[in-house]
Design a protein around this ligand. Structure first.
Ligand SMILES: *[C@@H]1O[C@H](CO)[C@@H](O)[C@H](O)[C@H]1NC(C)=O
Ligand SMILES: *[C@@H]1O[C@H](CO)[C@@H](O)[C@H](O)[C@H]1NC(C)=O
Ligand SMILES: *[C@@H]1O[C@H](CO)[C@@H](O)[C@H](O)[C@H]1NC(C)=O
Ligand SMILES: *[C@@H]1O[C@H](CO)[C@@H](O)[C@H](O)[C@H]1NC(C)=O
Ligand SMILES: *[C@@H]1O[C@H](CO)[C@@H](O)[C@H](O)[C@H]1NC(C)=O
Ligand SMILES: *[C@@H]1O[C@H](CO)[C@@H](O)[C@H](O)[C@H]1NC(C)=O
Ligand SMILES: *[C@@H]1O[C@H](CO)[C@@H](O)[C@H](O)[C@H]1NC(C)=O
Length: 389
């Protein structure tokens, strides 16, 4: 694909040069070569100079990472949930019927660059539209990366209503194209295919600890996402890269887990999900809780909670990835909720379907993560001194 684009681009340029040059230069070969070179570099600067962009991320209510993007001409802005486990950009369509929701809706008639691609259905079998338009990463007034001809889903159902709260109006799927349902590349992959990014990666630097003592249902600064580059401002050097075991979402192998006196050398398939706790099979999660003296306090809206004495001495949770052991410190594992404390671990009940573990916020808030779409690997870096949480 990339090669094809380069070849196409080169031949377009060449054709253009031959059209312009004979008239102006009358066959002076030296000047012709110089001018060709000039036009070539100008073209690259104007239309597709690869770049990287750092965008602000907020954390909503302590649990959800969100950022701004725009769609269309003139741009319509959406506050979207960052999701490294799906691959579609989804936004509410103007026709969505969800009274009382604080939604930004996409009005395709108001965009001069919009193209209708077709109809599709969501997981529940309800109809949605596939559109194509200019998508810009970053919000209005901030620096942006412009990605022409990007496909997205226009949601007119009520099936995604659980994602639409606090003004959040959509999901930005950042995983690989194999999971996309639009018949086209996801926004970031599309940017890579068009040569718009300096590197085929994005990097997350995520902070913001849920603290339900302070009145929540608020936006807090949640860090940065860097499209197309590393984040040397907030992150140290990458400690290690791990080859993905599946490039659909960023799935990789965890080859051991230990805490205090508990140690387990089993392998688990896992992935990073920045909106969840550390999740795993019940025997593993219960063993960790046991070791910490944490007590199971019941299930609340699908999550399993373990409470712990706020003054308990909590040893680091150690995760082996490749030949590197990553430690998660107590302050990332324990969250204060209304005067008591919970361990940010939870049982994953997926009936044996998919990876058996999720490395959630405790991991994503201690380490910067480099999601390498181009080389199908994932890398972890320490956050710089004094940063994080
Ligand atoms: C998104 O844009 C709104 C309006 O311009 C702004 O108030 C908000 O801070 C932005 N959010 C992020 C995460 O950049
Ligand atoms: C911990 O886990 C819960 C449930 O998955 C989640 O809502 C919460 O935001 C997580 N993170 C922290 C820092 O408590
Ligand atoms: C959508 O945009 C069109 C064109 O600007 C406008 O005429 C129409 O009123 C808009 N629809 C809504 C519901 O805002
Ligand atoms: C797409 O679905 C809408 C109803 O949501 C229908 O009116 C329209 O005819 C469909 N278009 C195509 C091309 O199937
Ligand atoms: C609606 O969402 C926006 C963010 O897009 C937020 O700033 C605003 O406070 C929300 N309004 C209400 C009434 O929730
Ligand atoms: C939570 O917020 C309250 C009130 O702002 C503060 O006193 C407390 O120290 C915070 N707890 C943690 C663990 O950050
Ligand atoms: C680990 O085991 C030793 C010896 O059995 C015990 O003294 C120690 O308290 C244990 N540590 C933890 C964190 O449970």
């Amino acid at each position: 694909m990339k090669l094809f684009l380069v070849v196409l681009f080169a031949s377009v340029l060449l054709a253009e040069c031959y059209r312009i040059l004979p008239k102006r230069l009358g066959g002076n070969r030296e000047k012709l070569a110089k001018l060709k070179h000039f036009i070539h570099s100008q073209k690259f600067q104007q239309s597709s100079k690869p770049q990287s962009l750092q965008s602000n991320v907020d954390i909503y209510g302590g649990g959800f990472y969100i950022t701004n993007i725009t769609i269309g001409t003139p741009p319509q802005q959406f506050l979207v949930l960052l999701d490294t486990t799906s691959s579609d950009l989804l936004i509410p369509d103007i026709t969505i019927d969800l009274p009382g929701y604080n939604l930004t809706k996409f009005n395709s008639s108001a965009s001069s660059t919009y193209q209708f691609i077709g109809n599709t259905t969501d997981y529940a079998g309800n109809g949605m539209l596939i559109g194509q338009d200019v998508v810009k990463l970053g919000g209005i007034g901030a620096q942006q990366i412009t990605i022409p001809k990007t496909r997205f889903l226009q949601d007119s159902t009520v099936d995604f209503k659980d994602f639409y709260f606090g003004g959040i109006s959509g999901i930005l799927g950042l995983a690989f194209e194999s999971l996309a349902t639009t018949g086209g590349a996801p926004p970031l992959v599309n940017a890579i295919n068009q040569g718009l990014l300096s590197q085929p990666i994005f990097t997350t630097y995520l902070i913001g600890k849920k603290n339900q003592t302070s009145s929540s249902s608020d936006f807090y600064p949640g860090g940065k996402i860097t499209y197309g580059g590393l984040d040397p401002q907030n992150c140290g050097d990458v400690i290690a890269y791990q080859t993905l075991s599946s490039a659909s979402y960023f799935q990789f192998t965890l080859s051991g887990i230990s805490i205090g006196n508990y140690s387990n050398t089993k392998s688990y398939q896992t992935y990073i999900d920045v909106d969840f706790a550390i999740q795993g099979p019940s025997n593993l999660i219960n063993a960790i809780a046991n070791e910490l003296g944490a007590k199971y306090t019941g299930s609340v809206s699908g999550g399993y909670y373990y409470s712990i004495d706020c003054n308990a001495k909590v040893p680091p949770l150690k995760l082996k990835i490749g030949s590197t052991t990553f430690s998660i410190d107590a302050k990332y594992l324990i969250t204060a909720v209304n005067g008591y404390c919970v361990v940010n671990i939870s049982i994953l009940d997926n009936g044996g379907f998919g990876p058996s573990m999720i490395l959630g916020q405790p991991f994503a808030q201690q380490y910067c993560t480099v999601f390498d779409l181009g080389n199908k690997r994932i890398g972890f870096a320490p956050m710089k001194n004094g940063q994080g949480i």
